[in-house]
Ligand binder design. Sequence first.
Ligand SMILES: Nc1ncnc2c1ncn2[C@@H]1O[C@H](COP(=O)(O)OP(=O)(O)OP(=O)(O)O)[C@@H](O)[C@H]1O
Length: 657
Amino acid sequence: MRKRWIAVLRTPVGLGAGVLLLAVLLLALFAPIIWSHQASAIDTEHLLEGSSSAHWLGTDNLGRDIFYRVLVASRTSILLALAAISIAVLTGLALGCAPVLLGRRAGRLTTAVVNIAVAFPGLLLALFFAVIFGVGAKGAVLAIGFAGAPSFARLTQTLVAGIAERDFVAAARIAGVGRFRILARHILPNIAEPLVVNATIGAGGALLAFAGLSFLGLGVQPPAYDWGRLMGESLNSIYVHPAAALAPGVAVVVAGLAFNLFGEAVAKCFGVPVLKSFAPVVKGAPERLPETRPAAAVGDDAVLVVEDLHVSFPGAAGPVTPVRGISFSISRGEIVGVVGESGSGKSLTALAVAQLIEPPGEVRAAELSFLGAPLLGRLAVRSTAAARRRLLGTSFAMVFQDPMTSFNPTKRIGTQLAEGAREHQGLTRRSAMARAVDRLRAVRIPEAERRARQYPHEFSGGMRQRAMIGMGLMGTPALIVADEPTTALDVTVQQQVLQLLETIRVEDDVAVLLISHDITVVAQVCDRVLVMYAGRIVEDLPAGELAAGARHPYTRALLDAVPDLETPLDEPLAVIPGRPVDPSAFPAGCAFAARCEFAQDQCLVEDPALISHGPAHQVACWHPQGTAATGTAAGAGAWQARYLGGESIKSIRTGLR
Ligand SMILES: Nc1ncnc2c1ncn2[C@@H]1O[C@H](COP(=O)(O)OP(=O)(O)OP(=O)(O)O)[C@@H](O)[C@H]1O
């Protein structure tokens, strides 16, 4: 942080504006103390005089020295501008954070109000409020403050939306941390910097606006005076006595520039974001019939039961449904892998299970229950909602893909681990911290006590990922959902994280839902594999059967596309031809048909259901491979041979991710 401030002062603009701003603030502080007597001394013998050695900028209609009055007016002008900008920032902050605090409907209403208010020119709003709050300094401060609030509200909304999507906020929500606490501890510290910088820039604008209102007679009233008031008083004699009117104007410009330029220089060096419009909504797609399948074998030890899960988002041409009716269950101590190309709906499935799909996204399911408790549906009783939060906070853990964004960068690792335990287990700060250290030890973080006091950036990627798993172990988790937990890690660290998950599963009988685009990772550590394509499960089989027993052409294509040490280096790598389907335009029939070698007419018109093809093995395909009718699994290797000679060959990484 210190380094960045030094960097600001190293730039010519930053240094110049910094010095200027300091001078303006010192002037505001000391000028009334030193020169108020000279500024208010009436001299009837020298009324409305021009510049002279005694009065550098001349005198006003009571013979008072204009130069001293301009100096003394600095305090009122700057204090009132700072008061106005404070009101603007605080009101904007309250409005901008409303969507996080008030929930969907009230949040939308606030956003609509802010959007309408932003559309009005600031000056018009200021004049409107000035009339409402009345003539005088207080009214003008309120008017300028409220007129500036919409743009700060919009800025806050944008910043909050950016932070609220980060993994560490999701982690806090999964840990059951309340909305106010998430806002205070995780969101506000991360948006404070851009807000302060923008407030500094805004102070320049407020100064100008205040001078304008005082000039019009709506701001500071006599005998008090600020720069705007001095300009107004000198206006009548501007042709005979221009310095008296210009001097307060120049003061406004110089002080405004000092705030603006300094804010800009800081913004540039700190990389503070500028206002962006919200991302456009994805194109819509027609709603499709839900896929049905026999419910997964649900035993008494089922930790998670998902039945006919849909996730949809509003689109321009109707709702888009990237997850279309998937069903599965996970038992205690079971590791279930989910594989599929990018966009197949793996992450959305995990997010839906973790209750992290935000409106306007919508989650529907015939059943979505965790440890027997339903996760969907409105809860009328407050205590039931709290119980659900507590259940998720203590028994559910999520590990995200990017260990860099999984933790709040402004908080120590130990504090972040302890947060959920204090909230749900009622632990004191000290015992929550002791448990955090113990959990860090459990996930093999060396020198756990010292490490708990460190910030996320002081951890390596692998350590952060293990600490994230440690956070899940603060309670007594029954399920860990790991969304591509090793994608951002190198192979050695990847192995350590997978081993850790396996150890936790064995020792604590924890179920794991492991999402990965890497079918080899899944085959290595999972008991069962769900293969997803275009928002559906197309094959559900024991991991041990993957290599020889996979029947869906898509699963086989994924397997064939994995290079091994025997893959000829002088030949192009195998890829799955074509592209994954756009969720806004799922075709009729089997979604994989266009890329499938075995597709026939029926595949193009009828969508196959996921049906049993042996014990614990289900396939959604009209022509599953490895049966008598379609040839053996080895026959699918011919498919690879065919495409190895194909034209549009891409790397396996781009094909699968
Ligand atoms: N908030 C959203 N609004 C609209 N569409 C979305 C949203 N989030 C995801 N999608 C779409 O849903 C589809 C599935 O996304 P998802 O993130 O689940 O894919 P994935 O299989 O996890 O892929 P990856 O491996 O790249 O993470 C994608 O086409 C994606 O564009």
